[in-house]
Design a protein around this ligand. Structure first.
Ligand code: SF4
Length: 221
């Protein structure tokens, strides 16, 4: 399905540029804001997901997908269902990057970071919406976990895309090298539990720069 890109968080874009909470000059902020506007106008985000019963071997029922890695299994522990999800900014994001690269390497670097923040924003919104909906049913959603994080193997990206039929559903394929095409795409898993789940601390709460960072989110405690 097509989804709306409502916002791109400046902090997230800065993080993808390697920033860790030190002051940022106004000229850089202006440049980032400009690329945020470019990204908002130029991408075509799409997302697909499916919800499955999950057995004790962390397998999504009726599929080939079986979550691998201690970290993701710890997150899914106690869950009776698993959600597989994939999202992409679409082929337009590739074209946007190529056009910007041809014009300015500096702008392209910033746009790349902005697009990474954009795809995370799409997933954040979807996760929050699902969390609210499940709460109404007395169910709890875990955090997201993506292949390539921690000890979850990157090759599970392909499995998730295959199970979701991501090629036909949202135009997302995985190259032989394992790279997703379009590159600004993400796959992830989440668990659904009948009992409350432990969550990772949100954004700024766990950040060592929190005390001095001018952009720390007051709500992240
Ligand atoms: S405190 Fe928050 S905004 Fe600042 S660097 Fe840390 S995570 Fe980023």
């Amino acid at each position: 399905m097509q989804v709306e890109l409502r916002k791109i968080d400046m902090r997230e874009a800065l993080h993808y540029l390697g920033w860790r909470g030190t002051p940022v000059d106004e000229a850089t902020l202006v440049q980032i804001r400009s690329q945020i506007d470019t990204a908002k106008a130029g991408v075509q985000p799409r997302l697909t997901y499916k919800r499955f019963a999950m057995d004790g071997d962390f397998r999504a029922a009726g599929t080939t997908f079986c979550a691998q890695g201690e970290d993701v299994r710890r997150m899914l522990g106690g869950c009776g269902e698993v959600v597989l999800m994939a999202a992409t900014l679409g082929a337009a994001s590739e074209q946007l990057l190529l056009r910007t690269q041809a014009r300015s390497a500096g702008d392209a670097l910033i746009l790349d970071a902005v697009l990474s923040a954009a795809i995370e924003s799409i997933l954040d919104e979807q996760e929050q919406s699902m969390r609210r909906e499940l709460a109404g049913q007395g169910l709890y959603l875990t955090d997201r976990y993506s292949p390539g994080y921690g000890d979850m193997p990157l090759w599970q990206t392909r499995e998730i895309c295959t199970v979701l039929g991501a090629d036909r559903a949202i135009g997302l394929t995985v190259a032989r090298s394992g790279i997703m095409i379009p590159r600004k795409s993400v796959t992830c898993v989440m668990g659904i539990s009948k009992t409350p789940v432990a969550r990772r601390p949100a954004g700024c709460a766990a950040c060592p720069a929190r005390a001095t960072c001018p952009m720390a989110r007051p709500g992240d405690n």
